[in-house]
Design a protein around this ligand. Structure first.
Ligand SMILES: *Cc1c(COP(=O)(O)O)cnc(C)c1O
Length: 414
């Protein structure tokens, strides 16, 4: 089979229909630009859903993977390896954490976090203390445990019975949490900014209150920083400017810059509960992935890069506001750093996907976060010129969607 024969249409023939990918097939990328099979160019505001934090084919990452590929790919956890040791040292040096568990995705990192929370409470307080409290609209992954802790019922439907001992309360509602937290609570789990749920930042006061309630009840605070981590918000991790430190934190997505890797970070207090033989992963901590992640961290964890995220956000927001002044389609622009959500006005609610398709036509890749919010999670080093060009294309797309809606309205009035 030649490349010409492999088309988007083949997807529907040979793939399980759990995704509905866009109607083009990208074949290469460079920085924040991507080209498809027809050599059409796209500006990439999607960033692989907050994964390609250094864009496509970043020279430092390409060099790291090539160098490691010639040396050692995989050993299994019967041996440790230099890249994993170096990466763990860098992650613990850079964060609150003392100990790291490596895996291959965000969902697996959360799976490990929730298992550790249960096990820690079991070891220290007994089997009764097993309840996990999470928040409505939260997203923590697609394994059965993580969709159960996640706050979107639709991801659990039909997969029951799901694990028990999990409750949900509204996000940013301290009273609601206070009403359900108890000495049976082993962990409270939250995203510092809900990503999939619509780019909803946690109120600083709420986060501090959650920490206090956890302390009062000997419950662990778990931060899911799979989307917010590795420089996305302009901090290495979002918790760092919230005045609150979690007991367990998960990171993935941007950590590998496109290579699948995840990690669960925790303290010396909690780590012993994942004693020898209690948990594991075949691929977790493999040298190839860790070598790439080490290069990602080296690039991103610098004061200059982290500071530039705020500048790029300012440009994104200014451009979005310009579009809004003309077309009046955004109710609110929110998020932090380069995790940007633009909620559509009420009359456009439910139609976010329409803008995605029009944007693709215009040559810019976007994301949605639910039916009402356009989401952008571009490379942290996207050039300003690409931001401006992408925004011009986005405006074109928005104008086109509005035109179409007007035409349909005129038609039905006639
Ligand atoms: C993407 C995401 C996950 C799941 O990560 P996978 O690598 O897809 O398993 C978990 N939590 C948050 C906050 C995410 O954004």
């Amino acid at each position: 089979m030649t490349t010409e024969q492999v088309t988007r249409a083949l997807f529907d023939e040979v793939m399980v229909p759990n995704y509905n990918p866009q109607q083009f097939v990208p074949v290469r990328g460079q920085g924040s630009r991507v080209w498809d099979q027809e050599d059409k160019e796209y500006i990439d505001f999607a960033g692989g859903i907050a994964v390609n934090a250094l864009g496509h084919a970043h020279p430092a990452l390409v060099a790291a993977i090539k160098e490691q590929a010639d040396k050692l790919w995989h050993l299994s956890n019967t041996c440790t390896n230099e890249p994993a040791l170096r990466l763990a040292k860098k992650l613990t040096d850079a964060t609150f954490a003392d100990k790291v568990f490596f895996c291959s995705s965000g969902g697996e990192a959360n799976e490990a976090a929730f298992k550790l929370a249960r096990k820690y409470s079991y070891d220290n307080f007994g089997p009764e203390k097993n309840e996990i409290i999470a928040f409505n609209q939260a997203f923590h992954g697609r394994t059965l445990f993580t969709v159960s802790v996640g706050g979107q019922q639709k991801y659990r439907e039909g997969f029951e019975p799901v694990p028990g001992g999990i409750g949900h309360v509204p996000f940013n509602d301290l009273k609601a949490l206070k009403a359900v937290i108890s000495d049976k609570t082993c962990a409270v789990v939250m995203e510092p900014i809900q990503g999939e749920g619509g780019i909803i930042p946690a109120d600083p006061e709420f986060v501090r209150g959650v920490r206090e309630l956890c302390d009062q009840h000997n419950a662990l605070l778990v931060f899911d920083e799979v989307q917010t981590g590795v420089g996305r918000t302009g901090q290495l991790y979002a918790y760092m400017d919230m005045g609150v430190t979690p007991d367990i934190m998960t990171t993935a997505k941007a950590l590998g810059g496109g290579f699948p890797i995840g990690a669960m970070l925790t303290t010396d207090k909690c780590a012993p509960s994942l004693g020898f033989g209690t948990h594991g992963s075949t691929y977790g901590g493999n040298p190839l992935g860790c070598a790439v992640a080490e290069a990602v961290l080296d690039q991103i964890n610098t004061p200059e890069l982290l500071a530039s995220v705020g500048d790029k956000r300012a440009l994104f927001v200014a451009e979005l506001e310009k579009i809004n002044a003309k077309h009046g389609i955004f109710k609110e622009i929110r998020g932090a750093g380069l995790l940007i959500g633009a909620e559509l006005t009420e009359s456009w609610h439910g139609q976010a996907a329409k803008f995605l398709a029009a944007a693709r036509e215009a040559g810019v890749m976007l994301l949605v976060a639910g039916p009402n919010v356009l989401r952008m999670t571009p490379s942290l080093i996207i050039p300003d010129e690409d931001i401006k060009q992408g925004m011009a294309k986005l405006e074109q797309a928005i104008a086109q969607v509005i035109e179409q809606a007007k035409a349909i309205e005129a038609d039905s009035a006639a």
